[in-house]
Unconditional design. Sequence first.
Length: 174
Amino acid sequence: MLKIAIIGPESTGKTELTERLAKHFHTVWEPELAREYVENLRRDYTFDDVCKIAKQQIEIEKRYDQNNYQHKIVFFDTDLIITKVWLEYKYKQVPDFVTERLKEKFIDFYLLLEPDIAWQPDPVREHGNDRDYFFNWYKQEIENLNIPYSIINGLNEKRFQNALKAIKKRFKNI
């Protein structure tokens, strides 16, 4: 089973693109865990909250490690790289279990979304002015893991077509 993660700074269309790709390939996708978790808190999130999100992400990944699925591809709306960066940025520390899981190279391919679409504020988003900074950080994290990736840009349909092109170029048989 191919595991493709769509990552990028806040407000770059990750969820919309993930849903569209899953629909196009008639397959499943995993939603972003952090958004729902944080939206349901009645307080500011903490280091422990972000660690819980990371543990939940790992548990979902482990289900796909077993390869019991009929689908040949699964899409993830974000992954542990974003969680790792957030822990490091906000709390200046990353638990070993996050680093160790990333070293296992669960994801086969990343689509890294450029922050070339308009920022859409919402109560969960925090860093609209730092999207280039986070884009570069995510790119460096992917490169450090030595996992293939493509940078995806463009508005609306163009963004979707660029993502499709990147996937089909990387995986000729899908």
